[in-house]
Design a protein around this ligand. Structure first.
Ligand code: PRP
Ligand code: MN
Ligand code: MG
Length: 169
């Protein structure tokens, strides 16, 4: 059973607002938008089209859920960007902050590369993570404590293509 939590129209409106917020936050441009795959692929592609600044795009691939509905606790980094991060404004784009393990691990890794700044933009945030090492500056929606799919989010690799976010509960 699926219940629509955020429909396509609500997402489009909010993504446009986030794009405007990001545009305002980086007046000098020179931004490197780092999409965390696979989950952020749709969000990132919609978001960057609403950022009216010079920017570059690269990706990281990390995974911790596999086919399960709970984090394995081990965040595997499967692809690391080749772009030089030192001295750049980095915006890490995530689909969802759940337990916070993924972001904690990646923030640690990205900070070691001495970016000029590091901020996070997440479409969804469950606000259940206890020890987030870095604030999420840009948040699309506060998310319910349910397993969500669609608009990039998967369960066992399915449902990513849905144009809305739905709960599997
Ligand atoms: C999901 C999601 C986030 C992360 C959030 O990724 O896309 O990256 O988990 O959960 P956390 O805050 O508990 O770490 P997943 O490991 O499922 O890989 P995927 O992006 O390829 O689906
Ligand atoms: Mn992910
Ligand atoms: Mg997943």
């Amino acid at each position: 059973m699926k219940r629509v939590v955020f429909d396509a129209g609500a997402i489009a409106t909010r993504v446009q607002e986030l794009g405007a917020d990001i545009t305002a936050a980086y007046p000098d441009g020179d931004l490197l938008v780092l999409g965390l795959l696979k989950g952020s692929f749709i969000f990132l592609s919609d978001l960057v089209r609403h950022v009216n600044r010079p920017l570059q795009v690269d990706f990281l691939v990390a995974s911790s859920y596999g086919d399960a509905m709970e984090s394995s606790g081990v965040v595997r980094l499967l692809y690391d960007p080749e772009t030089e991060l030192e001295g750049k404004h980095i915006l890490l784009v995530e689909d969802i902050v759940d337990s916070g393990r993924t972001l904690n691990r990646l923030v640690e890794l990205l900070r070691e590369r001495n970016p000029r700044s590091l901020e996070i933009c997440a479409l969804l945030h469950k606000h259940i993570a206890h020890e987030l090492r870095h604030p999420t500056r840009f948040v699309g929606f506060d998310a319910p404590h349910e397993f969500l799919v669609g608009y990039g989010l998967d369960h066992a690799e399915n449902f990513r293509h849905l144009p809305y976010v739905a709960s599997l509960q």
